[in-house]
Design a protein around this ligand. Sequence first.
Ligand SMILES: *Cc1c(COP(=O)(O)O)cnc(C)c1O
Length: 385
Amino acid sequence: MSSLSNKIVSSLKTIIKSEEFTPLHAPIFEGNEIKYVTDCIESNFVSSVGEYVNRFEKDLATFTGVKHAIVAVNGTAALHISLLLSDVKRDDEVLIPAMTFIATANAVSYIGATPHFIDVEERTLGVDSDKLEDYLNSITEIRDGVCYNKNSNRVIKAIVPMHTFGHPVDMDKLNIVANKFNITVIEDAAESLGSFYKGKHTGNQSKIAALSFNGNKIITTGGGGAILTNDDKLAKKAKIITTTAKIPHRWNYNHSMIAYNYRMPALNAALGVAQLEKLPEFIKIKRELALKYKELFKDFTELKFYEEPSYAKSNYWLNVIILDKDFKNERDNILDATNSNGLMTRPVWALLNKQSMFKDMPSMNLDISNSLEKRVINIPSGAWL
Ligand SMILES: *Cc1c(COP(=O)(O)O)cnc(C)c1O
């Protein structure tokens, strides 16, 4: 072990006292989960009908302050529908960060649209709006109010900022740039349930946003997602398109369009209602943990503990250390030492433009993403610590 990886392991052990392997994140079921799921089973309405779906949607809207929440089978499906409802079409381009989970690019591809990769900034780990504006100035042309990529001659329809590890993108800045180029903003808020941007919950800064309740997220429904929107019409459409567009009738099977079976089963929603009750407590514990990490790493010159941007109150879903450029070669030693010593750590996702299926997609210069890819390490972040 190198001295730096040694130092990190022994430091982490002063906070993480468990003798057992400590995962990066794990769900906690200490509230009404068993009660509500049992109740759901006993009601016999475990699937597409049942009170828990409505209740979870209502509770999500209340918590996030977004007018409507429409639950879905997972976060990727919620993103897919959010893009469709934003009028993204086959052969359009959609700007997405290269440094995100694969789901963001997959959802774009399901429509037959092209992911167009953009860079992030180190301060927020999200979209760099200044760099984006320069880039769009150089490669686009507005014709009849529509933004075209001059190189590909395709429409750049939308942009999907992602709130990395729960830290909000600077949305005001991004919205100004997106407006200037007539590009629709769709938030990938899969990681940022419980994160606030300038006092408002993430997902409120665009017309439509997607959440995820996968097993590793801050709350889980086993698998699940939600679409958030303040727009009444979009909310109605979202419900229809995720539930096979069946026209309500006592017995007839008529459908108004080719839609999706993306509904969340009531069983999962029951779990979600119980998890959401615990969310404020999870956030409190996770923010306390982040403070401990901040203190722990404050004298390290080789790395810094990532802290929320000044405008944000983040959920600290996954905690992050960022190695100084001079120490990037230590990353694998650190990953090896921590994982060998019962502490689960992970590098950030391999950049999406390097995945075989996306390697030929358009992309801006990705200097910061390329640099962060070698220097970001996620450390144990569960609300149980
Ligand atoms: C988790 C996640 C999603 C959605 O994932 P699902 O597993 O489909 O719920 C989308 N984008 C990002 C950035 C994520 O982290």
